[in-house]
Design a protein around this ligand. Sequence first.
Ligand code: R7I
Ligand code: MG
Ligand code: MG
Length: 317
Amino acid sequence: MQKKLLKEKFIGALVGTFVGDALGMAVEGYSLERIKADYGQIDHMLEARLGSGTYTDDTEMMIGVAESLASVGGFDGEDMANRFIDNFNLDRGYGGGTIQALNNIKAGTSWQEAGKHIFGNGSFGNGSAMRVAPIGLYYYDKYEELKAKAKKSSLITHAHPLGKLGAALQALVVGYVINQDPRQNLSQGDCLKFLANTLEIEDTEFSHKLKITKELLANKPKPEEVARKLGNDTRVFSSVPTAIYSFLANVNSFSEAVMYAITLGGDTDTLGAMTGAIAGAYHGLNAIPQKWLKSLENKEKGLDYVIELGEKLFELK
Ligand code: R7I
Ligand code: MG
Ligand code: MG
């Protein structure tokens, strides 16, 4: 692939996370029906908690993942955990399990142990998948390493086997689409087959959901059915497959994919962030509408900073 396109795709995955997160934030927790009644489709940044065009924990943590990979030159759990702690801003809206794990680390527990007993057996929230795109970029040319590093990055806060698997699935789909040329037609079937064959998901929630994804793609169902069958909540198996579906069902357009994901309701900032990461990694930065880019926050660690992080990761490769 041309270097110029690959660079666009690296930056697109990070900015895609940011745009999807910011677009979905204002309606996080709304039902599909409420979004439909109040807004129809959300095609501009609404006024939100920290102002329109601002990001939430999804992007704040993605920034931590990217910063760590870029500064160390690969995965380092202790460094990544410290970045999460340094960047942490409670007002961005963090999940309870993640807050606990980061507090454990601050209190001296190692990053390998900090998340192990949250919710009993570790969290399977979507917090480690929503932030994982930079791992998909950094290891896009080595899928075995990509999976292993994604799982380790999850362990910091989401130690449950399904939490780790969900992060690996999201990183893997990002890595896969980085390798695909957006000017050629992407085969939905090949993509799903690749994911099922490359990750050890057999007999898990994920294999079940990917099978449903394939059926839904063939049937062009209403969004209500997609949300009901794939899920739209904060559990990782109820959101990563939904993001993959949203991308594949709208494979020719970054904006259609992200707006579709948010229309499904529920964990909308995260569905937007994960779909934006995949669609951005596939299409590249140029496919993200200017009107959205212009409305993103751009002070400290804002849009320009995220673009620079994408460039840095690309240069390192
Ligand atoms: O995963 P996490 O960081 O939350 C991310 C979400 C995203 O929507 C962000 O935008 C932000 O709003 O928060 O936080 P966790 O608390 O680890 O997990 C999220 C939720 O998943 C929990 O509140 C639980 O509802 C659910 N969950 C579990 N439920 C039962 N048993 C996670 N693990 C378990 C479990 O083991
Ligand atoms: Mg969030
Ligand atoms: Mg969310």
